[in-house]
Design a protein around this ligand. Structure first.
Ligand code: FES
Ligand code: FES
Length: 199
């Protein structure tokens, strides 16, 4: 699933970004108003990492295929490697740094080993954050379909996202967690899972 396919390919955008043309834009990053000058076709990913110092957003493929660079643009997940800087004009951008490190999703990823090498984790977390407070398993699967992970096999990630609702609907969480095992195993058996320790 490609998100934010609104620019050229990454290499041409990088070449163009070296030319003299620059645009001065005002936008909001993680709630802070920012004015920044850069080439209008510079990749938002590079603007975030190089000009804003927000290196939590990762680059994987650089071609809109892996989702590692996912950020929220006006609340919607986009692949920052495909979004030109010009699209940031007046926009609200949220990166992984904007979640503050103690967001329920981030806690749940730690509790359930939803992150291993961690390259996909910021993008995965931002895509999950866009799903709202009570996504179903199907909504999680669809919502994260554009985010690739080579390490976890996805079950731990789905469990993390669903469990981030812990405390809001404990009973619903148990039912949803059981559902994960039925779906992924392909068998209609209920598998007991280890619950994270209470914090
Ligand atoms: S680095 Fe942007 S989608 Fe892979
Ligand atoms: S944790 Fe390594 S790619 Fe997802």
């Amino acid at each position: 699933m490609n998100r934010g396919r609104r620019g050229g390919d990454g290499n041409s955008a990088r070449l163009i970004a070296r030319s003299a043309l620059r645009s001065s834009l005002v936008f909001r990053i993680n709630g802070r108003r920012v004015r920044l000058s850069a080439h209008p076709l510079k990749r938002l990913l590079d603007v975030l990492r190089e000009d804003c110092g927000l290196t939590g957003t990762k680059e994987g493929c650089g071609e809109g295929e892996c989702g590692a660079c996912t950020v929220l643009l006006d609340g919607a997940p986009v692949n920052a490697c495909l979004v030109p800087f010009a699209h940031a004009d007046g926009a609200r951008i949220t990166t992984i740094e904007g979640l503050g490190g103690r967001h329920p999703l981030q806690r749940a990823f730690v509790a359930h080993n939803g992150a291993q090498c961690g390259i996909c984790t910021p993008g995965m977390t931002m895509a999950a954050a866009a799903l709202g407070k009570s996504p179903t398993l199907d909504q999680v699967r669809v919502g994260l379909a554009g985010n690739l992970c080579r390490c976890t096999g996805y079950s731990a990630i789905y469990r993390s996202v669903l469990d981030s609702q812990r405390g809001r609907n404990r009973r619903g969480r148990r039912e949803r967690s059981d559902q994960i095992f039925r779906t992924n195993s392909g068998a209609m058996k209920r598998t007991k899972q280890i619950r994270p320790k209470k914090r």
